[in-house]
Write a protein that binds this ligand. Structure first.
Ligand SMILES: Cc1ncc(C[n+]2csc(CCOP(=O)(O)OP(=O)(O)O)c2C)c(N)n1
Ligand code: SF4
Length: 285
């Protein structure tokens, strides 16, 4: 497969310079390097600028509801375990409208990859504060500065029992590609929170802002990505220096893997037994 095989005939409508381009490139490269074909991949998008990628990316594609790509992706994976299932969201989609799905899918270790395009804004709706916006951030919806503390996707994922918790950056397409590859290969819920500058509405969290702060946690001496306590401590680091990389990875049974009904052939590949509806109606009358 080539990069072009994962593109449709539609061109991206993102603003020039948008951080979504870096994630799109990294994702397509990851799929090519993993030797996957478009028909082996399902991408479930939410609603937002990032999720408009549903129109440009060639694979099985589902443009779901705002905040709902995770349950849709989990259902699809249960129905067809042979598919590589990737859910894609903005930070509003993932950690606002979809926050409860995020926590419960991680808790259950559903076998999907979740790539969040974290621009710290509601951008499709032209620039309101989102759950990951920094405290004090002035936006259209917070003209005097945001009064709440930002949600911390890394800590939340770890506390929920996450088995693959990673952060990357659209300004480093190689790191992001490698992180996405590791996430797709991981068995269980893999989170890649990808910092994605919104060049139009977010004038605080710019490419430069990230370049000045990010350091690779996996290159730190003594860092052990199998140690949840170290990962949790790292997840709390935020300020002049911000860690990125694979914070934590550990094996655990995936959602439904112990159910006898799901063992063997994927559900959709089984012969459907059509029961007599009249008989069923009588049984339950
Ligand atoms: C339930 C629901 N609430 C609100 C909206 C309006 N809405 C559409 S996109 C969006 C913001 C998306 O922001 P985010 O998920 O961060 O993605 P981005 O556009 O920044 O990529 C909102 C609030 C909606 N479509 N559905
Ligand atoms: S508004 Fe922001 S997030 Fe949306 S396409 Fe433009 S730069 Fe990207």
């Amino acid at each position: 497969m080539k990069i072009k095989d994962f593109e449709t005939s539609y061109k991206p409508t993102w603003c020039p310079g948008c951080g979504n381009f870096g994630i799109w490139i990294a994702l397509k490269n990851a799929l090519v390097e993993l030797g996957l074909k478009p028909e082996q991949v399902l991408m479930v998008h939410g609603i937002g600028c990032s999720s408009n990628g549903a129109n440009f990316t060639r694979a099985y594609s589902w443009h779901s509801l705002h905040g709902r790509p995770v349950p849709t992706a989990v259902g699809a994976k249960l129905a067809n375990k042979d598919l590589t299932v990737i859910a894609l969201s903005g930070d509003g989609d993932a950690y606002g409208e979809g926050m409860s799905h995020f926590i419960h899918a991680i808790r259950g270790n559903a076998n999907i990859t979740y790539i969040t395009h974290d621009n710290k804004m509601y951008s499709l709706t032209t620039g309101q504060a989102s759950p990951t916006s920094n405290k004090g951030f002035k936006t259209k919806s917070t003209p005097d500065g945001l009064i709440e503390k930002a949600a911390n996707p890394m800590s939340l994922a770890l506390a929920a029992g996450g088995t693959f918790v990673a952060r990357s950056f659209s300004g480093n397409a190689v790191h992001l590609k490698d992180t996405i590859k590791a996430a797709i290969t991981h068995k269980g819920f893999s989170l890649v929170d990808a910092f994605q500058p919104c060049v139009t509405f977010n004038k605080l969290n710019t490419f430069k802002w990230y370049f000045d702060r990010l350091y690779n946690i996996n290159e730190q001496e003594g860092y052990n990505a199998q140690d949840v306590e170290q990962a949790y401590k790292a997840s709390l680091v935020w300020g002049n220096k911000i860690p990125y990389g694979i914070f934590y990875q550990k094996a655990r049974d995936t959602y439904g893997s112990n159910l006898p009904q799901l063992k063997g052939t994927a559900l959709i590949k089984r012969k459907v037994q059509v029961r007599n509806i009249d008989q069923l109606t009588k049984e339950f009358a």
